[in-house]
Design a protein around this ligand. Sequence first.
Ligand SMILES: [Zn+2]
Length: 694
Amino acid sequence: MLKSVFGDSLNTADVTKFTASRARDYIFLTAYISDSVAPLHCGHLMLLPAPVFLHNGVSSLKLHHAMAVNQHWINGNLLRRWRRRCDKLNHDACQKWPESSVLSSAVCPNWFIDTWRMCLVRGISGVPYVALSYVWGQEPFFKTTQQNLAQLQLHGALTDSHRLLGVPRTIADAIAAVGLLDERYLWVDALCIVQNDDITRHAEINKMAFIYAGASITIIAAQGEDANYGLRGLRSISRPRSRSQDIFAVAKGYDIVETQKCSDTPSFWASRGWTYQEHMFARRCLYFENNGVVWSCKCSSFSGDVQENPGSTLRWVARQPSLYADVFSIPFPSLHGYGELLRSYNMRNFTHQQDALSAFAGITTSLSRTFKGGFICGLPLMFLDIALCWQPFNNNCERRLPSEDKEATELGLPSWSWVGWKCEPDPWAWHHGNDYAKKSQALTRRMDTQQTLPTINWFSRKWGTKETTPISYPQSMMQELKTLAVEGNELPLGWKRFDYSVDPEELRWESLYYNSFKPPRYIYKHEHDQNSEFWYPIPSWYDTEEAQLIDASHSDTLLCASTRRAWLWLEGRLETYQMAVSIRDNQGKWVGALRLQMPLSSTNPNDSTNSKEMIACELVAISAGYVIEGGNADAIDEWKVEERPKGPPGEKYEYYNVLWVEWKDGIAYRKALGRVMKSAWEAQDLEWIDLVLG
Ligand SMILES: [Zn+2]
């Protein structure tokens, strides 16, 4: 380990003087030889992600010190001490999920495990409880069903549970660990959701954000690949752990203890889909990982291997599943922020592919307060047309199809939503959805001149029915607000209009937002947020009381619309970072570009992406759009491509957003998304069709 800090040439026996100084997130080490003035070697010890601590002799630096720990057992008192410290230090952010204004505290789980009476009890609103986040694994295990529910409510029903009933170790250990945290009630999905009651199960899944945000502490069983691994190292509760420490003598009086092995591969727990929102909403986490135990709340982190120095100003950063968890605390809908969440979620794995939507339902439900109208299969209705233009980063998308062992519709998850594909969505494709924000701390705002323009009215239809429901309203309401604002018409409640006086420096950038470099006349502010400035008023959570429990987990939804279709050709890879190809007309003329979701060779084994062969493709228009020439357009693959005809700066590059589709049994499935230049599209032999997207 020292070699990696100082390099191969350090011989610790020669070191006569040794100093350490602390920077923000690392320790700077200097080794001297024979009291020479010039240091012999210098090095950094990173504190994160593999914390390394000096053992002694540097108290003046107010560092936390490494502790020698018992190899097999965790000090159980620590857990209680950490919990009490967080309580006592008045960590406000830990006592209450900061977005509790979004999440209703009245929502309460249906069932708890009462660890005193060892049975299931009805959930009681306002009662503190611990939640468990863990992985199920492949082995079946004991769960609550309609058949055993009555029996599980009898006093003592869960005593000696893992032997008598087959409750797996991780759950049994968590039941016992609740007492170490000064709590009484535990919520575990397998026991607190009646697994074969579809109606209540569905309702509980939609409440998942509230359940984890409402938990006093979430125990995270991050080690092991199934529910039988247990929470290792809790004496007289669980099996022993195996915690090794490496101690290096760096100089006389200085030891360095490597307390945690750095691991490049995330835990199995962190790779699973269901655990994402559990972690996202948990306020105080107790991790069992790497044979150690770590507390992480909003305000601090404690590790079982570290002796805290009370005077230390060093603070560990609480761990977040996404840097963009902020999206929950913004009173306005941030489509870009939402896209960033998907990026860290959508590559996760599921035993049942069709769970990808349900395991995200807590997130969409809690965001429904700012995203008016809620979500349809993971796409926000307020931004429907932009959202439908989601793009993957790479062409290694895998279609999520229902697993055979579970009852599911033939359709599975829709191909028109990101959720129908295991892929990493590109948040820049959605960035211009934040175009209302002029200046705001909370919202990402970067120059972007792209606009998406609705061209069709969308309807949704449940699989197997004929009835359609119009769904374009939330988006047209946004469009209306935008138009009214630009024209200076009446304002929604809470909004004020200000004349926009152009700062020349600002003009250079911001005016690009509106067409043709013409600066807008007004900016807008909301009465509850004096620091942010907007180009137009938009709905916010100030307008509503609480997040509604919108049923966001129905997957078998078809999107219907009347639109136009054309047949064109794909040929020639674009020289961009993304896997994009050119779209050509019958004469071979360049008319647009399309980003592949899968290599072309998988649909036609004789083709490679670089092949010169033309591939016929059926394209349907789903919206229009433009970007101003001379501006940035990161999401437009063809932006810098030579073949694209370019206008002078300030002119619009206009196009139609098109889906490449393939039909099966009267339903069209998305294969990829692209753009065809407006003039070229309108010159095609276009045909009106009733599009039914599955
Ligand atoms: Zn705290």
